[in-house]
Design a protein around this ligand. Structure first.
Ligand SMILES: *Cc1c(COP(=O)(O)O)cnc(C)c1O
Length: 426
């Protein structure tokens, strides 16, 4: 049977091309196995994974603890819907709210759904708590944001490709430049109808744009002052990726931000996804305190799969791994090493302009026109040399390996990257 027979890379690619919608443009490599920081293609070639499924696989591929939790739960009970209680959801809810120090969580599946959920909560809060007149609520967002692919979420994207011919769009969003506190202040004070400010602490999809160190804390202050919800989309940056548990923790080096709760830019609404399952299963979540989350009453929001027993078991295991293996600290250490090694190379490079990022969420900017294929060509050469990365907007290559990478592996990767870049120097 086709589904069980071994197939070649070319056969797999041809099948997708013929039978699948063409909504992605993947690097031509067909993977069939993953373990830790490595993946293997169907021909058995081994690669370092330097994308980690857009930071979903922070804990490394097929982490045994997560896989065990998933398979044990899958053999016991997979889905009840929320029409009935199950014996895992409450445990997960307690675990994750303790972990991130919020009163309540609303579990969903994908990142985009969690963003939608956060938007719905913020609007309802604006009408029922803040006293905004119905249908008038506004949410401030940043230019070049990425928050997912639903109709409402693309309504406030400025990626033409993501928007064109998908309208009409959802109104109620104000776009401002990223990393511009004055623009935020102007937007916040422009109207009494602002429900929230939805922001990525680092813009991953846009090319790992890392704002000024105090941008998040100043934004949070402004939101506080004007009774506007500070909503952090940490779907890509959260869960240890940037060298702290959350990117809004900034440069705090503790294992869990709770130790300095008063000083970090604690969001009013925290949005998580991706690594919340270590890449094993779609698990996303919105966290907030009671005075916000309690605006949601029975029947007003939900999801058949949201908070299912498998997701609950996987979510707890995935977070436990982060803590037990001190992945935030490792990400921080490896990130410093990675950028310092690449900076040594960049000193004498004409093809790479700079490396930027925090923890193990980094990118290099290629010194060529936006629409040239250089970044793609470099990724193809990296693939040939045993390392998988993908260009993002413009001539930018994101480097985001699993956080379980050790020093020896990281230096090996740096040498693959610099060796490959040398092939492109003019
Ligand atoms: C990936 C991502 C999303 C969307 O998550 P999906 O699971 O793909 O729907 C939203 N926001 C950010 C910052 C992301 O990186």
């Amino acid at each position: 049977m086709l589904t069980l027979d071994k197939i070649t890379s070319q056969q797999a690619i041809d099948l997708e091309d013929k039978h699948g919608a063409h909504n992605y443009h993947p690097l031509p490599v067909v993977l069939s196995k993953g373990e830790g920081v490595h993946v293997w293609d169907v021909e058995g070639k081994k690669y370092y994974d330097f994308l980690s499924a857009y930071s979903a696989v922070n804990q490394g591929h097929c982490h045994p603890k997560i896989v065990n939790a998933m398979s044990r739960q899958a053999e016991t009970l997979t889905l009840t819907s929320r029409a009935f209680h199950n014996d895992m959801l409450g445990r997960f809810e307690k675990y994750i709210t303790d972990f991130f120090q919020f009163d309540k969580v609303l579990p969903m599946n994908t990142g985009a759904e969690a963003v939608e959920t956060a938007i719905k909560i913020a609007r309802k809060w604006a009408y029922e708590v803040k006293g905004v007149e119905e249908t008038e609520a506004q949410i401030i967002v940043a230019n070049n944001n990425f928050h997912g692919r639903t109709t409402t979420v693309i309504s406030f994207s400025n990626d033409e490709n993501a928007r064109k011919n998908f309208g009409p769009f959802t109104p109620g969003f104000i776009k401002i430049p990223y990393d511009d506190i004055q623009a935020l202040e102007k937007a916040i004070t422009s109207s009494k109808n602002i429900a929230g400010f939805l922001i990525e602490p680092i813009q991953g999809e846009a090319g790992v744009y890392t704002p000024a160190d105090d941008y998040m804390s100043k934004a949070k202050e402004l939101c506080n002052k004007h009774n506007v919800l500070f909503m952090a989309d940490e779907i890509q940056t959260g869960i240890a990726r940037t060298g702290s548990l959350l990117a809004v923790c900034g440069n705090c080096n503790c294992e869990n931000h709770c130790e300095r709760q008063s000083t970090y830019s604690r969001p009013d609404i925290l949005i998580l996804g991706k690594a919340l399952s270590g890449g094993a299963y779609p698990v996303s979540a919105v966290l907030a305190d009671n005075h916000i989350m309690n605006v949601i009453k029975p029947g007003q929001h939900g999801s058949t799969f949201g908070g299912n027993p498998v997701a609950a078991a996987v979510g707890m295991a995935a977070l436990e791994v982060i803590k037990e293996e001190k992945l935030a600290q490792n990400s921080r250490k490896m990130g410093v090493l990675f950028r310092s090694e690449l900076n040594k190379y960049i000193e004498n490079s004409t093809i790479v302009k700079l490396v930027r990022g925090r923890g193990l969420l980094n990118a290099i900017v290629i010194n060529d026109s936006q629409d040239s294929s250089t970044a793609w060509d470099i990724c193809m050469a990296l693939r040939d040399n045993g390392l998988l990365a993908k260009p993002t907007h413009g001539n930018i290559i994101r480097f985001a390996p699993p956080l379980v990478m050790n020093k020896e592996q990281l230096l090996d990767c740096v040498s693959i990257i610099t060796k490959t870049l040398k092939q492109f120097e003019k």
